[in-house]
Ligand binder design. Structure first.
Ligand code: SF4
Ligand code: SF4
Length: 190
């Protein structure tokens, strides 16, 4: 190779590379942006764009819960707490049904054995919080006593719109943790 071509070849290669790079740059400068402004600038809320089997936060429809505690006993990392007690009339009922949404790994092991299908995944996923305690979803209020459903009767109850129960609960959790108001307001589009 002559000394001239040794000198010229790297310059040609560098110019070619810069030219190719600039072609890509200018082509993208003329394209419409494809970035989605999340969370509040999408035309359709993100939760409505998710596939039907998406595993978002769990929710429980207590109208159909038999208090069998299969879900609680199946969870490998103890996310679910269900307390069952007897009242003065010796009736059995639930006083606590909590799911730690911050701890849950969305494995679905609790959903599989539920005899009535009342514990299920939802399209809700926006739960950023300032502390992990505020991610414990309490499906039964303090002092409430929820009688278990009979499996046969539960089968006749129409399931709610997926996410409607946990969405209300997230709003309540926000009210109970005022420090997180701004963050959750934004997430829940309220
Ligand atoms: S999805 Fe898995 S980790 Fe979450 S509560 Fe159910 S069993 Fe536990
Ligand atoms: S949610 Fe289902 S599995 Fe869990 S206690 Fe209720 S009926 Fe049983």
């Amino acid at each position: 190779m002559s000394r001239m071509s040794e000198y010229v070849r790297p310059i040609v290669n560098a110019s070619k590379t810069i030219f190719e790079g600039m072609v890509v740059t200018f082509a993208n400068m003329l394209r419409k942006p494809v970035t989605i402004q999340y969370p509040d600038k999408t035309e359709t809320p993100v939760r409505q764009q998710l596939p039907p089997r998406y595993r978002g936060f769990l929710e429980v429809d207590l109208r159909r819960c038999t208090a069998c505690r299969l879900c609680m006993n199946t969870c490998p990392i103890d996310c679910i707490r269900i307390d069952v007690e007897k009242n003065e009339e010796k009736k059995r009922g639930m006083t606590v049904f909590d799911i730690d949404l911050g701890k849950c790994m969305f494995c679905g092991l609790c959903v599989e054995p539920c005899p009535t299908g009342c514990i299920s995944f939802t399209p809700e996923f926006e739960g950023a919080a300032l502390n992990s305690d505020s991610l414990v979803a309490r499906f039964i209020d303090d002092g409430d006593f929820i009688l278990p459903a009979k499996a046969k009767e539960a089968a006749g109850i129409e399931p709610p719109e997926p996410g409607s129960i946990v969405r209300k609960l997230l709003k309540k959790m926000q009210d109970e943790n005022p420090g997180e108001q701004g963050m959750m307001d934004k997430q829940l589009h309220v």
